[in-house]
Every structure is written in structure tokens, then in C-alpha cells.
Ligand binder design. Structure first.
Ligand SMILES: Nc1ncnc2c1ncn2[C@@H]1O[C@H](COP(=O)(O)OP(=O)(O)O)[C@@H](O)[C@H]1O
Ligand SMILES: [Mg+2]
Length: 367
């Protein structure tokens, strides 16, 4: 997977910008608040995923404009492909994110999943180890949505059913035929939930050994990192989830909301048999994140057949020398785009430098 060309119109603070990334390393540099992360975000949007900044679609459009356009040309499977992503503001003719692939309409941007693949590292990722389960589920879901379109479909339907079932559980006593309705929801939840669980299991089975190996390399074997999928049922199947839902039925009626299912699952992260969240030092936790994200890229590459583009937002400055060197070495193997305020860290590499200032990008320094 290689991004060859990117052109932006009215994306965030970038009125018009062109980027021709290096096949290996591109360094977006400039002071704070100039548009480096915005440029990286635009590359990410080509995956069809929502912004890694967690912002709403409308925020992607440059203030005062009706549309933003991100167009990327990339090489995949030996051929060149073009993605054109348009974000329309609320009152515009075509609100939301819509996409074209090689000129053909794809409808919603999410339909792009499985074409352009990227993995993002950003400073907030420490939450993957330190934070609650929802961050780890988001990690799994973001990776799987990119690899399998059907996963995204199953996840959306599942989450909608959870909301509907929660509403039912809240007004159970005053809803006619509530019991039958609950049976119907549970049956559908088991179907979509089972698909989600099977994919999560398969993905983490591949991820765990890769993450453990990466951690070993980063820490020179100082301690062992293990990653395990904590499935909500006896097995990652629709049948097992159906049994689980039947078992918690009474408790759910008392609680008034859904108590079991993939929307409450987690990953168990351990260092030498202790929870990494509690026992890991800040440095060890950073190593866990680095090991997991690089493993994600490797596994996505194996499942998809091509290694994703690595997008690194301001992460290098947070790592110590050893970890920086490790990351820089691993980066060398695949196309990588990084942002930094401090070009010194990249003096050791021969990456292409792109200067970003006031919403403009240039291969020559600004005066
Ligand atoms: N929709 C938007 N329209 C115009 N400017 C925006 C929009 N969204 C964000 N910005 C601006 O982009 C700038 C931040 O850019 P960013 O890429 O995060 O900077 P950095 O170079 O530090 O990574 C801020 O000045 C912010 O006000
Ligand atoms: Mg930034």
C-alpha cells in the first residue's frame, strides 16, 4: 500500500494543499497549530473511517465553506487507484461524507473500507493501556472495520439493536408483548454479535504473538507482554452469545439495560502476568502501545495482503532514545508519514521533509 499523491481543498485550515509523499518516509514539520495533524487526518480519511480525532464530519470542512474535498491516488495490488472524498456541510446539497473510487460513486465514505489501509499512532493512545475497555474495543473495531466491510455492517446493526433493547428494558412493564420483542432482539443480537466476536477472536489470535514479539524487541526481553481477548461468552459464536443472553435475562430485566455482549468486551493486557494498566510504568505502557499498534499494522498487512501506511502524529518526542530508534527502524520497512515540531529527531533518517505553515504545505521552507 502506497500513497502517491494527495490533494486537499478546504479541509480544516488547509484551503488548498498538495502532498506527494515519499515511498518510505515523509516528515511533516512546522510549529504548533499549522495544519500538520489536519494533513495526516486527511490521509486517514481515505480509509473510509471516521476521523481519529473523534470529531464530527462538519468540523472537517474549512470554516465558512460548504464542502471539503480530499483526493488521494494510491498504489494497491499492483494498480493505481483514486479515492475522492467529499464532506458536505449540513445544509448543503450532499451533507456528510461521500466517496468515489476511480470515479465511481460509492455512496457513504464507510463503503471505502478495504481499499486504502492505514494505521495511526497518536499521543492519546496511551489510553489503550491506561484507560477503560471502550478504548480497547475502539482499537479492535477500527482495525477490523478497515479489513472487513461486513464487520462494520454487523457492528452498526448490533449497536442499533443494543440501543433498541435498552429502550425496551427501560419501559418493559408498559410495553405490550415485551417478552416476545425481547426474544426477537436477543436472537438478532446473537446473530450480529456472534459475527463480531468471531472476527475479534481471529484478529486477536493473530495480534497477540506479533505484539508479544514486538514488545520483546522493544524491551530487549526485559518482561513478557501478553494480550488476550476477553470474550463475553463461553465461545466467540452466536450460539454461545444466545446462551449468555438467556442466562442474564432476569438480571437485565432488573437492571433495565443490556448487561452482556460484545459492546462490553475487553482486551486483557499483561506484563509478566500482571495487569499492564496497574503495574506497568509509563515507559512500559508506551512500549505496550507501540507493540500493539505495530502488530496491528503487521496483522492488517497479512490479512489484507498489503502493509498499511503508517501515520505517526507527534509520537516520537514522547519516546526515549531506544524506543525512537526501534520505531525509526520499523518505519523504514513501510511507507510512513510523521508529523513533528522538532526535525532534529529525523536528522538520522533520509525522509522527505514537507513544511506546513498557516494551512499551506510546501517542499521548500517558508520564508
Ligand atoms: N474546520 C476548520 N476550519 C478552519 N480551521 C480549522 C478547522 N478545524 C481546525 N482548524 C484549525 O487548524 C489548526 C490546527 O491544526 P493542526 O493540524 O491540529 O495543527 P498542528 O500543526 O499543530 O498539528 C487550528 O488553528 C485550528 O483552529
Ligand atoms: Mg498536531
Amino acid at each position: 500500500m502506497r500513497l502517491a499523491h494527495l490533494e486537499l481543498t478546504d479541509h480544516r485550515n488547509l484551503a488548498h494543499a498538495v502532498l506527494d509523499p515519499d515511498p518510505h518516509l515523509t516528515v511533516l514539520c512546522g510549529p504548533n497549530g499549522q495544519g500538520k495533524t489536519n494533513l495526516l487526518e486527511a490521509v486517514w480519511l481515505l480509509t473510509g473511517g471516521k476521523s481519529f480525532r473523534g470529531s464530527r464530519d462538519a468540523e472537517l470542512i474549512r470554516r465558512g465553506c460548504a464542502f471539503s474535498v480530499v483526493e488521494g491516488v494510491f498504489e494497491s495490488g499492483g494498480s493505481e487507484k483514486t479515492i475522492r472524498l467529499t464532506v458536505g456541510s449540513k445544509g448543503s446539497q450532499r451533507p456528510g461524507r461521500t466517496a468515489k473510487l476511480n470515479g465511481a460513486d460509492q455512496g457513504r465514505a464507510a463503503a471505502l473500507a478495504g481499499n486504502f489501509q492505514a494505521v495511526v499512532f497518536e499521543p492519546d493512545l496511551l489510553a489503550l493501556v491506561k484507560g477503560g475497555p471502550e478504548g480497547r474495543r475502539r482499537f479492535l473495531d477500527a482495525a477490523l472495520c478497515q479489513i472487513y466491510r461486513p464487520y462494520l455492517v454487523a457492528l452498526r446493526r448490533y449497536m442499533r439493536l443494543v440501543a433498541q433493547k435498552n429502550a425496551l428494558l427501560k419501559s418493559y412493564d408498559i410495553t405490550p408483548n415485551a417478552g416476545l420483542l425481547l426474544d426477537a432482539y436477543n436472537e438478532q443480537l446473537a446473530g450480529y454479535g456472534g459475527q463480531i466476536m468471531a472476527h475479534r477472536q481471529r484478529f486477536t489470535d493473530a495480534l497477540a504473538p506479533a505484539a508479544a514479539a514486538n514488545y520483546g524487541e522493544i524491551s530487549h526481553g526485559a518482561e513478557a507482554f501478553t494480550l488476550r481477548y476477553l470474550c463475553c461468552a463461553e465461545a466467540p459464536t452466536g450460539q454461545a452469545l444466545a446462551e449468555k443472553l438467556a442466562a442474564v435475562r432476569g438480571s437485565e430485566l432488573r437492571a433495565g439495560f443490556c448487561l452482556a455482549g460484545p459492546h462490553r468486551e475487553d482486551l486483557d493486557l499483561q506484563l509478566d502476568g500482571q495487569p499492564a494498566r496497574v503495574y506497568g510504568s509509563q515507559g512500559q505502557q508506551r512500549s505496550c502501545v507501540l507493540a500493539m499498534k505495530l502488530a496491528e499494522a503487521t496483522v492488517a498487512g497479512e490479512l489484507f495482503g498489503e502493509h498499511p501506511v503508517l501515520l505517526l502524529d507527534d509520537v516520537l518526542s514522547e519516546l526515549d532514545d531506544d524506543r525512537q530508534t526501534y520505531l525509526l527502524t520499523r518505519m523504514g520497512e513501510h511507507q510512513t508519514i510523521v508529523t513533528t515540531c522538532d526535525t532534529a529527531a529525523f536528522a538520522r533518517t533520509n525522509g522527505k521533509i514537507v513544511y506546513v505553515k498557516g494551512g499551506q504545505a510546501s517542499e521548500t521552507p517558508f520564508a
